[in-house]
Write a protein that binds this ligand. Structure first.
Ligand code: FEO
Ligand code: CA
Ligand code: CA
Ligand code: CA
Length: 562
């Protein structure tokens, strides 16, 4: 973590959060309300003792394990909030493979009652539709449209009101805001031109991580969209051909690939959704927003694929995710390159207009000399220094097996700067005790939480490089105390699973976390590799859990040690 000498004195971080400027910008209140930082911080201002108390907190980690369970460090416990297949209202059920979580309190005064948005990234047909890909060779011959419809229903996202009662979070099933967004939901494009002939898309899929807007709506990001409806690819002569998907939905529904791969905004009050074309089309992992003093928006997003890129959008109008400029990062020279057809002659040679540039953002980025990165995933803004942290999961083809966390320092701390400095904050590997960083989250006190994403087939393989890490986990890098800057494992996932979507409740007393794809490598329903969460039917179920406990409160909650 940052040393004292960097930019801000620790005691000043409250004023940084509350009102002071970083260059021309401030951390907006919406960051303080949802996840990164919370109301109690206001009380910390000028409290000389707070930081001394934080320094004394002991964090005892856990050792890597291959046990089929969600195991936590001493001082933490969990309960399941929502599992796949559970009813969320009279007609809807919670989707599969939950990833990103985002909690918005219904009122600022009550951190224990709010709307939880949960992404459902993809499905394992074995569990969802009874289609066993392990036994069959040709998906089109052996799967029915009803099965595909079930699969499409189980991706997208859920809005569920949840309340904490007697220390446990529970869904409120009769709340009228509870609803599903699915692979069948019609969603308009926030763009004047049609996208591949249409003003709206059918459905959203591949909803991996996401973000929140200053106006309290959710952002859900379409990541590996080509798995569902394939991709249209262009050769050197600019001739298109369609690559079919791996999941085979395009054998049943001929939806244009161009309708997926966007950042999608969802209004928690009414479920209305919009696909934001201006932010470009690629395998969006997440979308992290910053509101400038003049209310213009900066949006960071990474393209999680080997040798793809890091992007940022700067709006030209307050509160807009449509009017503005998309940039792509040259991290070697520290330059944000504008992806503007009108001014970039190289883009004019390949594309006919700006809409095409945005749809084929990956190609455009390469033409402009963007730096290939090792799978940029989650992005968070450090509440203390204002620096931007980007997970780079790995790039096995290039010999980077463990990934790293990239730090971006915008010029003069201004998020609308067009130049920056990039450096490695922390490298994955045995020396640092983690591998394949994916999701990131900063808590109330500025500790950094990281989840790992070692792929199922690599995990617990008897040979290096991943065997010593065992199951995927959750890690914290304390900002203070004896173990400041160390990577400490605090949770271990069930077999084949990945922990995703860490999000703090506004009082810092709960960490919402997804347990995604437990038992993913199961050969059949009868023989599953995981039984978690140990329901009576023994079927593994992706679920959202709430992590609470003394350790979390000590680390994140100001009042705890008073
Ligand atoms: Fe869906 Fe890049 O993780
Ligand atoms: Ca991810
Ligand atoms: Ca995050
Ligand atoms: Ca991942």
């Amino acid at each position: 973590m940052e040393k004292k000498s960097n930019v801000y004195d620790r005691r000043e971080f409250i004023s940084f959060l509350g009102k002071a400027s970083v260059g021309l910008t401030i951390i907006p209140p919406f960051l303080a309300g949802c996840g990164n930082n919370t109301t109690p911080l206001k009380k910390v201002k000028n409290d000389e003792n707070y930081f001394n108390r934080l320094k004394k907190i002991e964090v005892k980690g856990i050792k890597p394990t291959d046990k089929d369970d969600l195991l936590l460090a001493q001082g933490l416990s969990y309960h399941v909030v929502l599992s796949w297949g559970e009813k969320i209202n009279e007609k809807d059920t919670f989707g599969f493979n939950n990833d990103f979580n985002c909690f918005i309190p219904i009122s600022d005064d009550n951190p224990n009652d709010g709307l939880l948005w949960v992404n459902h990234e993809y499905v394992n047909p074995l569990f969802v539709s009874g289609f066993n890909r392990n036994e069959l060779k040709n998906p089109s011959e052996h799967r029915t449209v009803d099965q595909v419809n079930k699969e499409m229903y189980n991706v997208g996202g859920s809005i569920v009101r949840v309340q904490k009662v007697n220390g446990k979070w529970k869904p409120i099933l009769n709340d009228p805001r509870n609803r599903r967004i699915t692979g069948h939901t019609k969603i308009k494009f926030n763009w004047d031109e049609p996208i591949y002939g249409a003003k709206e898309a059918i459905g959203t899929n591949s909803n991996c991580s996401g973000g929140i807007t200053p106006w309290n709506t959710f952002l859900t990001c379409e990541e590996n969209y080509d798995s569902f409806f394939g991709e249209r690819e262009f050769d050197a002569q600019n001739v298109a051909s369609k690559r079919m998907s791996s999941m085979g939905w395009d054998l049943f529904y001929d939806f244009p690939p161009e309708h997926y791969g966007w950042v999608v905004e969802v209004n928690p009050q009414n479920g209305k959704a919009l696909k934001h074309v201006a932010l470009g089309r690629f395998a969006h992992e997440c979308c992290t927003l910053f509101e400038l003093q003049d209310k213009r928006i900066v949006a960071y997003s990474g393209d999680d694929k080997n040798d793809e890129h890091l992007y940022k959008f700067i709006s030209s109008k307050p509160g807009s995710l449509k009017e503005g400029t998309l940039y792509v990062a040259d991290t070697i020279n520290g330059i944000w390159i504008p992806m503007v057809w009108e001014t970039q002659s190289k883009l004019q040679e390949r594309f006919t207009n700006q809409t095409e540039v945005l749809i084929r953002a990956r190609e455009a980025a390469k033409i402009l000399g963007a730096t290939p990165l090792n799978r940029p995933e989650d992005i968070e803004i450090d509440p203390i220094t204002g620096h931007i942290f980007v997970s780079l999961t790995n790039n096995k083809a290039k010999g980077d097996f463990h990934g790293s966390i990239l730090k971006i320092e915008e010029d003069k701390g201004a998020y609308d700067a067009l130049s920056f400095k990039a450096s490695t904050y922390k490298a994955g590997g045995e020396a640092n005790g983690f591998s394949c960083p994916d999701n990131l989250a900063f808590d109330l006190a500025g500790n950094l939480w990281i989840t790992s994403d070692i792929s199922g087939t690599s995990m617990n393989h008897p040979e290096k490089p991943y065997n010593s890490f065992k199951n995927n986990g959750l890690f914290v890098i304390p900002r203070y105390g004896e173990r400041e800057g160390e990577v400490i494992q605090v949770a271990s996932a069930p077999t084949d699973a990945e922990l995703t979507g860490p999000w703090f409740a506004p009082d810092g007393k709960t960490l919402f976390l997804s347990v995604q794809h437990p038992g993913e490598l199961s050969e059949s329903i009868e023989k599953t590799t995981s039984k978690w969460p140990f329901d009576a039917d023994g079927i593994p179920k992706p679920s959202v859990v709430a992590i609470t406990g003394e350790l979390l409160e000590k680390l994140t909650h100001y009042n705890y040690l008073k």
